[in-house]
Every structure is written in structure tokens, then in C-alpha cells.
Design a protein around this ligand. Structure first.
Ligand SMILES: [Zn+2]
Length: 96
């Protein structure tokens, strides 16, 4: 992970699961792109898969949306699942 590609977002949106303020973002493809509404992200604290709304608001991704992503873009889906799995494991190791 390159820290140079990380953006500080002007938001106080928090992860719906762990409450972590999600004001940092990094494009998973390393492009340095800023997140847009509808983009999918993973909480770097607890691994919850979320979706950006307007103004970088965040909502947990529903099962339906996740299924949709899998059908439309399996490569991205697998990437999201992998990243989420890594963070989830770290979260559990840390708090349990
Ligand atoms: Zn979280």
C-alpha cells in the first residue's frame, strides 16, 4: 500500500458497524482516484463492506447489492471480499 495515494476526505462519515471515522480513502487500483457516490469501499478497521453516497456518506452494503456486484463485476467482487476478509481477521485478532 502506498501512502501517497491516500486521500483525506472532508467528511465525518463513520463506519456503520464499528463507528470508525472513515475520512481516508485509497483507490484499490492504485490510481489515486477520489471515491464517488456508488463506489464500494471496505472499512480498514473492521472490514465491513460499504458504499459511498453523496458527500462521502457511508452505508453498509446490502446482501442484494453484493450479489449484484458479483454478477456485474466478479473481479471487483473478489477483490472486495479479499480485502474485507483481511481486515475482518485483523479486527477479530485485535479485539477478541
Ligand atoms: Zn468499521
Amino acid at each position: 500500500m502506498e501512502s501517497g495515494k491516500t486521500h483525506k476526505l472532508d467528511t465525518d462519515a463513520t463506519c456503520p458497524k464499528c463507528g470508525m471515522i472513515a475520512d481516508g480513502s485509497m483507490a484499490s487500483d492504485g490510481s489515486g482516484a477520489m471515491p464517488e457516490a456508488g463506489d464500494i469501499t471496505v472499512c480498514s478497521t473492521c472490514g465491513t463492506i460499504m458504499e459511498y453516497g453523496e458527500g462521502y456518506s457511508l452505508t453498509a452494503l446490502t446482501e442484494d447489492k453484493l450479489k449484484e456486484l458479483k454478477e456485474e463485476d466478479e473481479e471487483s467482487f473478489l477483490e472486495v471480499m479479499q480485502i474485507s476478509g483481511i481486515f475482518k481477521e485483523m479486527y477479530q485478532t485485535k479485539w477478541n
